[in-house]
Design a protein around this ligand. Structure first.
Ligand SMILES: *Cc1c(COP(=O)(O)O)cnc(C)c1O
Length: 392
């Protein structure tokens, strides 16, 4: 059975009524026959049938044992960090999502958890950073926003040998392209706000564990801390997942067309996209990401100024200026002033996020319309610069 067929049929028909769409159980509690005797549900923070269906679907999609659905991607990350205790250490990818950096630094460091950031694109850097206190290795691949690729299987081996957990934030690839648990990771997290939801209409997070034992711990943490996903939002994510494979295929095809266009453009300096043969880890990306390289492309303008980048991002018509990614409509943003503002400038620049970097979330419009939109923005920026030099 192909992945798409498996995906579509992993969404169950309601056994009670035959409803082909998963019912939304908008309830806080469940009536019991006798104390502790119930139909598998007692209180909706602990469990809810709509959320439980989403959790089963994502576990299947990621080829894991247990799925757990949270109120946001950051709540999912937060639950994984609560597996740790004071004195434990994390090794994290240096080009990490800004919100994850903020959570690690401003919340967890004060509870005695130390985080070391390394360039994980070379697995040996991870090996060198392991200490006797390392408990968790945190990867994103591709990273946000410079699309760095790390070798999940190689780093999983290091994690195993060092007896620590490997968690992969799989938001950018989505399970339609990449399944880190099959490459040896212990935990996958998602901001389902992005490709899984797919329509820029919800905030949600997911955790999937390879083993039952770890899944039980995450469920315990969720019930104890309370950051659950609501029934309606669970239903929206399920609805998004129904078309995940189709959407991600088209996002990837459009993004490759955009990356190739940018690569030959005279006003563009560097293009970051794992699907380009010039990408530093293109071969690894090809091995671990099947059927495409995702919908996010970043690039620098040739004169490399912040003003030119800001001017560019305000000139496009189809690419809307907004944070987030993975939706039907194309978006673009200026990470240094938007998504990555919470990372100190020096650290941000050293991880490759220059002040002129522009990130595109390539949507599902016709590729040629998107290229035309970018072209007219380049023309406007170029004529602005020409005027500026004339007045000098
Ligand atoms: C958006 C994002 C998150 C955070 O998810 P929210 O749903 O916004 O809380 C985490 N990781 C990555 C890679 C993201 O893009």
């Amino acid at each position: 059975m192909s992945n798409a067929t498996q995906l579509i049929h992993s969404i169950p028909v309601d056994p009670q009524t035959g409803a082909i769409s998963v019912p939304i159980y908008q309830t806080s509690t469940f009536v019991q026959e006798a104390p502790g005797v119930n139909k598998g549900y007692d209180y909706a923070r602990s469990n809810n049938p709509t959320r439980a269906t989403l959790e089963q679907i994502i576990a299947q999609l990621e080829k894991g044992h247990t799925g757990v659905a949270f109120g946001s991607g950051l709540a999912a990350i937060d639950a994984v960090l609560k597996l740790l205790q004071a004195g434990d250490e994390i090794i994290a990818v240096d080009d990490i999502y800004g919100g994850a950096f903020r959570l690690f630094t401003h919340i967890y460091e004060k509870f005695g958890i130390k985080v070391t950031y390394v360039d994980t694109t070379k697995a040996e850097n991870v090996f060198d950073a392991v200490t006797p206190n390392t408990r968790l290795i945190w990867l994103e691949t591709p990273t946000n926003p410079t699309l760095k690729i790390s070798d999940i299987a190689a780093i999983a081996k290091i994690a195993k040998a060092s007896r620590c957990l490997l968690c992969v934030d799989n938001t950018f690839a989505s399970p339609a392209l990449q399944q880190p648990l099959t490459l040896g990771a212990d935990i996958v997290i998602h901001s389902a706000t992005k490709y899984l939801g797919g329509h820029s209409d919800l905030i949600a997070g997911l955790v999937v564990t390879r083993e039952k034992e770890l899944g039980d711990k995450i469920k315990f943490i969720q019930n104890a801390s309370g950051a659950i996903l609501a029934p309606f939002d669970s239903w929206l994510v399920i609805r998004g997942i129904e078309t995940l494979h189709l959407r991600v295929k088209q996002h990837s095809a459009n993004a490759l067309a955009v990356a190739k266009y940018l690569q030959q453009h005279p006003l563009v300096d560097s293009v970051y996209y794992p699907g380009l043969e010039t990408h530093h880890n293109h071969e690894i990306a090809k091995q671990q990401s099947k059927g495409g390289f995702g919908g996010v492309v970043s690039f620098n303008l040739k004169n490399d100024t912040e003003e030119a980048a800001i001017s560019f991002v305000t000139q496009t018509q189809y690419f809307k200026l907004a944070e987030s990614l993975g939706g039907v409509k194309s978006l673009l943003c200026h990470p240094a002033n938007m998504t990555h503002k919470s990372i100190p400038a020096e650290k941000r620049r050293s991880s490759g996020v220059s002040d002129s970097l522009i990130r595109l979330s390539v949507g599902l419009e016709e590729a040629e319309d998107l290229l035309a939109d970018l072209e007219q923005a380049f023309e406007k920026v170029a004529s602005k610069q020409l005027k500026a030099t004339k007045t000098v």
